[in-house]
Design a protein around this ligand. Structure first.
Ligand code: 3PG
Length: 222
């Protein structure tokens, strides 16, 4: 197992935007994450949707110490264990089951389990989990839905992901129960295929600026 420093900051507070990456080629991982960091986004979620994903996590953990690499699309306890062994510093799942929650906890890593309804959020709150992914954010009700949850469930904080882009991210980031938003718009497949890391850096810089705009609008980082 790779020894990694535990995070001292909540995953939700690492950056305003959490890039969600699908990597077909593990060789892209290091230059891609360096570009994200150079643009101002230190955290990245590598989705376990491709055969390259675990090698990508391993490479970033070993070669980009200034980044915080996590694994996403963690759907089984086995994947949680594999991601932790590869050096993931946090885990993200699209939904949650009792079995998966056990596996996520077993790793000792921070994790964001996915929820799409008030009942799913309540179930995880009952288990002591307050930091959640809201997925699929756009399709599940978007900003009005999350805003409505803030009243009855003020203790829950979210990373909405799914269908979010630079135009819609600010409205999510303005909500009191949103720590950060996730999205794949920073890492377009054609930019990765072309090795256009300058484009990724520009997209990351635009996303990082959303956090600065949020702070100047009076939001607080918790
Ligand atoms: C996820 O994996 O969390 C989402 O599918 C990412 O959604 P997006 O591609 O709409 O940003």
């Amino acid at each position: 197992m790779t020894a990694m420093t535990p995070l001292t900051t909540s995953v939700l507070d690492l950056a305003p935007v959490l890039p969600v990456v699908v990597l077909e080629d593990a060789g892209h991982a290091v230059p891609l994450v360096r570009a994200l960091v150079a643009g101002g986004l230190p955290a990245v979620e590598v989705t376990l949707r491709t055969p390259a994903a675990l090698d990508a996590v391993r490479a970033v953990a070993a070669e980009v110490p200034e980044a915080v690499v996590g694994a996403g699309t963690v759907c089984t306890p086995e994947q949680a264990a594999q991601a932790a062994a590869a050096g993931a510093r946090f885990l993200v799942s699209p939904g949650c089951t009792d079995r998966l929650l056990g596996g996520l906890r077993e790793t000792g890593l921070p994790f964001l389990p996915g929820v799409a309804t008030a009942s799913e959020a309540l179930t995880l709150l009952e288990c002591g989990v307050r930091e959640l992914k809201f997925f699929p954010a756009g399709a599940a009700g978007g900003v009005p839905y999350l805003e409505a949850l803030a009243g009855p469930l003020p203790q829950a904080r979210f990373c909405p992901t799914g269908g979010i882009g630079p135009a819609t991210a600010p409205a999510y980031l303005a909500l009191p129960n949103v720590g950060c938003v996730g999205g794949s718009w920073l890492t377009p497949a054609d930019a990765l295929a072309a090795g256009d890391w300058a484009r990724v850096e520009r997209l990351a810089a635009g996303a990082a600026a959303l956090g600065e705009a949020r702070l100047s609008a009076g939001a607080t980082c918790r």
